[in-house]
Design a protein around this ligand. Structure first.
Ligand SMILES: [Zn+2]
Length: 113
């Protein structure tokens, strides 16, 4: 995990403990570069974003799958792979509702280019 203070890529976990009666994990991290500490929480996501396929089937949104699709689609185009990663991994936060159709995902992808 990236350091939120200086942006260094390497941080180490100095403490890990369960919180909320075991429903979440709290990790204390220390930046290898600037030495500052910050805390992250890891929780299960109870309501994953659902993707409604054209066939009517629904499946849980998978950022890695979206990223693979984007990589393939952009293979022969000069698109920064970092930008694709950012798009895929922040996608869930950009969607307002609990469900999205595969067509809507495609429209958002095209808006990104
Ligand atoms: Zn740092």
């Amino acid at each position: 995990m990236k350091c939120p203070y200086c942006g260094a890529l390497e941080t180490r976990v100095v403490d890990t403990r369960p919180v909320d009666g075991g429903l979440a994990i709290r990790r204390r991290r220390e930046c290898v570069q600037c030495g500052r500490r910050f805390t992250t929480y890891e929780r299960p996501q109870l309501e994953p974003l659902m993707v409604k396929k054209r066939s009517g089937k629904r499946e849980a949104f998978d950022p890695d799958k979206l990223l693979r699709g984007l990589m393939l689609a952009c293979e022969k185009r000069p698109v920064d792979p970092e930008r694709l990663k950012r798009f895929a991994y922040t996608f869930e936060d950009q969607v307002a509702g609990p469900e999205i159709t595969s067509e809507e995902i495609r429209a958002l992808e095209e808006g990104e280019e």
